[in-house]
Design a protein around this ligand. Sequence first.
Ligand SMILES: *Cc1c(COP(=O)(O)O)cnc(C)c1O
Length: 226
Amino acid sequence: MENDCAIIQSIKEELKPYNATLVAVSKTKPNSDIEKVYACGQLIFGENYVQELVLKHEQLPADIEWHFIGHLQSNKVKYIAPFISMIHSVDSENLLETINAQAAKNNRIIDCLLQVYIATEETKFGVDESELQKIIENYLAHNYNHIRLRGLMGMATNTDDMNIVQNEYKRLKSIFDNIALLIAKEMQFDTLSMGMTGDYKIALECGSNMIRIGSKIFGERNYNTL
Ligand SMILES: *Cc1c(COP(=O)(O)O)cnc(C)c1O
């Protein structure tokens, strides 16, 4: 990766008109790379794997805000509950309950996003619209004092056809707006996490206010070094 802060600065400039937040996705990348980006003033980093995240959290500066963006199993929540800032990938009631219980044990409040399935691929995780409705109703019916349901996350189909991507992001934005309208009185539902290296400009145009950028910042990932 490049040694200067030009990339971070230019992404942040692009985000300004949208009031959007940058999550630097550092999965598979060594601590030395993260330290370089941290030195540019970037404090929010996203990780996909619990074990890798726990180690990085122990070794890197304490003021980093860690976001979990990968598929999360309920039995692993306890490892990240002591420090995680936001979990983007909540995809079941059970997981939401577990996060609440583990946050309570740590005397914390954890911000959560529900991951919605918008892609046409079988490989992407997330809930469909009817499951989403149920999870939100369940959330409203409980007093989950240790989580804040802040919004939604989605991943578009991995394709070069930007019309497909744009339609998926527009759909997620409209789902987000409908929910926000319904529950605005009850909670702060204000975060729409969509957009990665290949499609974040489209995501921003479609209403994203949190983008998750990995390879544009850190270079291509090599999963074999894990
Ligand atoms: C890896 C990953 C990203 C970053 O992808 P890039 O294309 O490298 O920007 C964003 N979101 C999720 C959920 C990821 O797993």
